[in-house]
Design a protein around this ligand. Structure first.
Ligand code: ACO
Ligand code: LMR
Length: 613
C-alpha cells in the first residue's frame, strides 16, 4: 500500500474508467520507459462492453480485462487504489462517488471539464471525510517520475524523455493548469535534477484537492527536496500556502509564481480560460498573491521568465549544502514508434498480405474497377455493368450487360423442388437464419445442378477448337463415360422445351455478332436428343456457351480473357448470384409462413430392409 504522502509508486495499479484507448496506451508506454514490472492499469471499466482490450506493452501486445461496473472491477482486482475517471461531466459525479465508496480506492483523478460546482463540492467533502484524494476535475492529472502516469499527463513520449520523467529527480511540483504542468516538467528538468511528482489540480473554482494539499504531501515526502508551484489569478488558494509558510509548516524551499499578472492592464476583471481564473477582488489578483507569498518567505520570481532560474538557484544551493545530488541517468528504453506513424513518416514499409485490383475504398468514394460509384449510378450501368467492372474489370457495351441481367433474371428461380431451393427451405424450416439457409441452398450448386456452366463452356470450346465434329465429341464423351456438361434435363425435353433457353438464344441471335459456339452446341443437341428426348441443351449449357460467344462478339475481350474465364471458372458465379434471388425469396416465404420442420415423413425415405438369416 502506498503511504498517503505518496499517491502513486512503481507498483500502483489503476482502473481507467472510460474506453480511452489513446490515454490507456500512453499510460502503458510511460510504464515501459520507466521499466515498470507490472502495467499501471489493472483493468478498464467500460459501461458499454465487458471483455478484453489489446494494448502494447513495450513491443509486445498484452490484454487488459474490461468490466462494465466499478464493483465488478474492484471484486476482481481488490489491490487497486486509484481510479482515473474519464467519465463525461454528465456522469463523472456518480462514478466518482461510487469509486470513493469502494474501500480500496484511495485516489480518484477526475478528468472531465464542466462538472457542476455543487457536485464538485460534494465529491471533495466526501473524499476529505474518508481521507481520500481527488485530483481534478478539469485536469490532465499528474505523474510520479519513473513510476506512474495519469492518462495523458506530460504529453508525448518525446516530451517525457526530454523532461527526464522516466526517473525521479528532487522537485515536487503542483499547478492548477495541466498545460502549465507539462511546461513545468520541462523547466524543472532544465534547472534541476528533475521532478519527483507533478500534479495539476484542475482549473475549476472548487477543485477536489488544492495546491496546499499537494504541497503538504511533498513536504512529508523524503524523496522531495524542494517544491515548485504555479498558482493562478483568481481564488484564494494561494493564501492557504501563505498561512502554512507563516506557521512554519512548509520547511522545504518553495519556488512559486502566480500567473495572470497581466490582468492588471485590463480595464475590467477577465476570466482566463479556467473557470476559477478570474479575480473578483484585489486580494485575488496575481500581484497580490505573489507579494503575500514573497512576504511569507517563498521564493517568488520577478516574472514567469525567471521562474526556471529561481528553481535552478534553489537547486544549486541545496546541492552545495549536500542535500541533493545530480542524478546518474539510467539507460532509457528506446520508444517503439507506432506503426501507423512510422508509415506516415516514410520510415518503414511492409509487404501487403492481400492484393485487390477490382475496387478501392481508400478515397472519399468507393471505386468499382477504377470508376467512382456515383458515376456508375449516373451512367446507369445496372447490375450487368457492375458485374462487368467487378468480375471482368471491363466496361461492357450495354447489349452485353443486358445479357448478363437477362441471365440473372432467368436463373433467379426454378421452383421449390430443385436442390438449392429444397435445401434452403429445409434449413429455414429447421429454424436457421436467412444467411445460413441461403448458404445451405447455394452449397448444392455443383456439376449436376446449376454448376455446369463453366464445365459446359470449357468442354464445348475444347471440342470445337480441337476440330471435333459434334458426333465425334458425343462419342468421345460417351467413351469416357462422362455426361456432357450442359446437356440433359430432368423435366425438360424436346417436347417440353425449356423456355429460358429459347429466350437466351433469341437475345443472342439478335445482339451478338457471332453465335458460333451456340451453333456447334445445337448440332451436338441434335445428336443427343436423337438418342433421348431429355438430352437437350440445358440452361446451364446455354449460358456457358453463349457467354463465350458474347466475349468473342465484344471487342473489349481478348482471346486471353476468354481463356482465363474458361480456365478460372467465372461463370457458375452467374447461377449462384441469380439463384440467390430466388433462394432468399423461398427462405422469406417459409419465415412468413412460420413453417417448422422437425422430421421428414418416413415415406419420403427408402430404408434398407433388415437382412434375414
Ligand atoms: N450427356 C450425355 N448423356 C447423358 C447426359 C449428358 N449430359 N445426361 C444424361 N445422359 C444419359 C445418361 O448416360 C443416361 O443414359 P442411359 O439411359 O443410356 O444409361 C440417360 O441419359 C439418363 O441419365 P440420368 O443420369 O438418369 O439423367 P437425368 O435425367 O437424371 O440427369 C442431368 C439430368 C443430371 C441434368 C444430367 O443430364 C446431367 O448430368 N447433365 C450434365 C450436367 C448438367 O448439365 N447439369 C445442369 C443441369 S441444368 C440446371 O441445373 C439448371
Ligand atoms: C433449375 O434451374 O434449377 C433447373 O433447371 C434444375 C431443374 O432440375 O429443373
Amino acid at each position: 500500500m502506498t503511504e498517503r504522502y505518496k499517491l502513486f509508486d512503481k507498483k500502483t495499479q489503476a482502473f481507467v474508467y472510460g474506453y480511452q484507448v489513446n490515454a490507456i496506451q500512453r499510460m502503458l508506454d510511460f510504464d515501459y520507459i520507466c521499466k515498470r514490472e507490472t502495467p499501471s492499469i489493472a483493468a478498464i471499466i467500460n459501461p458499454g462492453r465487458a471483455g478484453i482490450h489489446k494494448v502494447f506493452w513495450g513491443t509486445e501486445e498484452i490484454l487488459l480485462p474490461m468490466y462494465r461496473t466499478i464493483p465488478e472491477a474492484v471484486a476482481e482486482h481488490p489491490h487497486v487504489e486509484v481510479m482515473v475517471n474519464f467519465a463525461s461531466y454528465r456522469s463523472t459525479f456518480e462514478t466518482t462517488m461510487e469509486a470513493l465508496g469502494q474501500p480500496g480506492i484511495k485516489t480518484v483523478a477526475v478528468i472531465a471539464e464542466g462538472v457542476p460546482e455543487r457536485k464538485s463540492k460534494i465529491m471533495t467533502a466526501t473524499a476529505r471525510n474518508m481521507g481520500k484524494t481527488i485530483i481534478g476535475p478539469a485536469t490532465v492529472g499528474g505523474l510520479v517520475a519513473g513510476a506512474f502516469r495519469i492518462g495523458n499527463t506530460a504529453g508525448t513520449l518525446e516530451n517525457i524523455v526530454e523532461s527526464k520523467l522516466y526517473r525521479p529527480g528532487c522537485v515536487g511540483f503542483v499547478s492548477k493548469s495541466g498545460g502549465m504542468l507539462n511546461e513545468a516538467f520541462n523547466i524543472v528538468a532544465r534547472h534541476s535534477s528533475g521532478t519527483v511528482e507533478g500534479v495539476a489540480i484542475g482549473g475549476d473554482r472548487y477543485p477536489g484537492s488544492n495546491l496546499l494539499d499537494h504541497i503538504m504531501r511533498y513536504e512529508a515526502n523524503p524523496e522531495i527536496a524542494m517544491i515548485a508551484c504555479l498558482g493562478e489569478v483568481g481564488g484564494t488558494d494561494e493564501y492557504r500556502i501563505v498561512e502554512a509558510l507563516e506557521e512554519g509548516k512548509i520547511t522545504k524551499p518553495l519556488v512559486i509564481w502566480v500567473t495572470g499578472t497581466c490582468s492588471k492592464v485590463l480595464p475590467t476583471s477577465v476570466q482566463f480560460g479556467h473557470a476559477g481564473a478570474r479575480a473578483d477582488s484585489d486580494q485575488e489578483t496575481a500581484d497580490a498573491k505573489n507579494q503575500a507569498l514573497r512576504d511569507a518567505g517563498a521564493v517568488v520570481p520577478v516574472s514567469f521568465d525567471d521562474y526556471g532560474d529561481k528553481i535552478g538557484e534553489v537547486y544549486e544551493r541545496l546541492k552545495a549544502e549536500g542535500r541533493v545530488k545530480d542524478v546518474v541517468e539510467p539507460e532509457v528504453p528506446s520508444i517503439p514508434m507506432d506503426y501507423n506513424k512510422a508509415v506516415a513518416s516514410g520510415l518503414v514499409r511492409k509487404p501487403t498480405t492481400l492484393i485487390c485490383t477490382i475496387s478501392d475504398d481508400r478515397g472519399e468514394e468507393v471505386l468499382y474497377g477504377g470508376k467512382p460509384l456515383s458515376k456508375v449510378i449516373d451512367d446507369e450501368m445496372g447490375i450487368g455493368g457492375v458485374i462487368g467492372l467487378l468480375w471482368f474489370k471491363k466496361e461492357l457495351p450495354s447489349w452485353a450487360s443486358e445479357f448478363i441481367e437477362m441471365v440473372l433474371q432467368i436463373v433467379a428461380d426454378h421452383g421449390p423442388a430443385v436442390s438449392a431451393a429444397h435445401n434452403a427451405i429445409v434449413a429455414s424450416c429447421a429454424g436457421k437464419d436467412l444467411i445460413s439457409s441461403l448458404a445451405c441452398g447455394l452449397l448444392t450448386i455443383g456439376p449436376r445442378f446449376g454448376g455446369a456452366i463453366d464445365d459446359a463452356a470449357r468442354e464445348f470450346k475444347r471440342a470445337r477448337d480441337s476440330g471435333l465434329t459434334p458426333e465425334q465429341f458425343v462419342n468421345e464423351m460417351k467413351g469416357k463415360g462422362i455426361n456432357i456438361p450442359g446437356i440433359g434435363h430432368r423435366i425438360k425435353n424436346v417436347k417440353n422445351p425449356d423456355k429460358r433457353v429459347e429466350l437466351l438464344i433469341g437475345y443472342a441471335r439478335e445482339h451478338f455478332e457471332t453465335t458460333d459456339l451456340l451453333d456447334y452446341a445445337l448440332q451436338v443437341e441434335q445428336i443427343t436428343t436423337a438418342k433421348k428426348g431429355n438430352l437437350i441443351l440445358n440452361v446451364d449449357g446455354c449460358i456457358g456457351i453463349l457467354f463465350l460467344d458474347l466475349m468473342n462478339s465484344c471487342e473489349v475481350f481478348t482471346e486471353e480473357d476468354v481463356e482465363s474465364v474458361v480456365e478460372l471458372g467465372y461463370l457458375n458465379g452467374l447461377f449462384a448470384l441469380g439463384r440467390s434471388i430466388g433462394l432468399i425469396g423461398h427462405i422469406l416465404d417459409q419465415k412468413r409462413l412460420q413453417s417448422r420442420l422437425y422430421r421428414h415423413p418416413q415415406d419420403d425415405i427408402a430404408y434398407m430392409l433388415p437382412s434375414r438369416k
